[in-house]
Design a protein around this ligand. Structure first.
Ligand code: BDR
Ligand code: CA
Length: 310
């Protein structure tokens, strides 16, 4: 089977950690490297958490360090959801053989894209700072990438503010560069990711398998679950697993082509992904596939199969 070569840019992160496990276990994807960015927690933690995931999975994916702050706005973290350490305050050991590579994320990404011209799928599940820096520093990169699959934004509503989703709000200037880059974009925003609910019976089932990955999965979502339960949600949304699963199993999703641009300032709308899906006025260019729906039970079924394999 031909596998999709994938670069993952992330801000590990509870749901980033689960997305990493999915990407590792899926037969359709070939994870080449991981880059980390400031987002849910500071860069030092997102970087070490990616190494900790290598330890948990007994893998050796190269991990690169990217931006330690957004392009222009101040950093904003999401400790309430992800815990102080980003992994729901579950302590995973840092592997002794962790390779502390010092090539910056954007340089390593460009080198990798040159080795896979027209083939590399870039999955970005944190603020888009690293991706924007790479596209700006290397104008050729946009012709080398096959697609950028993003967890971010929403056609309707927001989570961190009424208008904006966290990853886009955290670095709207970077997001605008990415959406305007000309690279084909798949946007998995809150419209779809809030349907991708992981429920208590799902993580209980995984923990009962007794594997380290199963037990970690249940433990790391507990802090997020306490928050989600308090606002009346039935589970924890697997935001970051959505673009991963969309790449491997697009048949589980419903998507529509649209024009999408980012409100970079605005007094109450900073970070809003403005789409023309529902408006009479249409943007000149349809620059994204906006993913709007998912078969939740099949999605969670595949996700659980992935974690069971680790
Ligand atoms: C996104 O923000 C982060 O908290 C999650 O990891 C996900 O990437 C959801 O809005
Ligand atoms: Ca994330």
């Amino acid at each position: 089977m031909n596998k999709y070569p994938v670069w993952l840019d992330c801000d590990v992160g509870v749901d980033d950690a689960i997305a990493i496990m999915a990407l590792h276990a899926l037969e359709e994807t070939d994870l080449l490297a991981i880059s980390t960015v400031s987002g849910n927690v500071p860069l030092s933690s997102t970087f070490s958490n990616a190494h900790r995931m290598n330890g948990l999975m007994k893998t050796n994916y190269p991990v690169y360090k990217g931006a330690d702050r957004p392009l222009i706005v101040q950093p904003q973290y999401a400790y309430t959801f992800h815990g102080k350490n980003g992994l729901g305050d579950v302590e995973l050991p840092l592997p002794e053989d962790a390779k502390m590579l010092d090539t910056p994320a954007w340089d390593a990404l460009y080198d990798c894209a040159k080795q896979h011209p027209g083939e590399l799928r870039l999955i970005a599940i944190g603020p888009l700072t690293n991706v924007a820096i790479a596209l700006t520093k290397y104008p050729e990169l946009k012709t080398l990438l096959h697609t950028i699959l993003i967890m971010g934004g929403a056609a309707v509503g927001g989570n961190v503010t009424p208008a904006a989703e966290f990853n886009i709000y955290a670095d709207p200037d970077a997001a605008q560069i990415v959406f305007k880059s000309g690279v084909p974009i798949v946007m998995c925003g809150l419209d779809v990711t809030m349907q991708a609910m992981f429920r208590p019976e799902d993580w209980d089932e995984l923990a009962q398998t007794g594997t380290e990955a199963g037990k970690f999965t249940k433990a790391c979502v507990q802090k997020a679950w306490a928050f989600c339960k308090s606002i009346g949600l039935p589970g924890v949304a697997m935001h970051d697993a959505c673009p991963v699963m969309y790449l491997a199993h697009p048949e589980l999703f419903r998507a529509e082509e649209a024009g999408v641009y980012v409100e970079t300032r605005g007094s109450i709308t900073r970070g809003k992904t403005v789409t023309d899906l529902y408006s009479d006025k249409q943007f000149e260019t349809k620059n994204a596939m906006v993913v709007l729906g998912v078969d939740r039970d099949k999605f969670i079924g595949v996700l659980k199969d992935c974690i069971r394999k680790i």
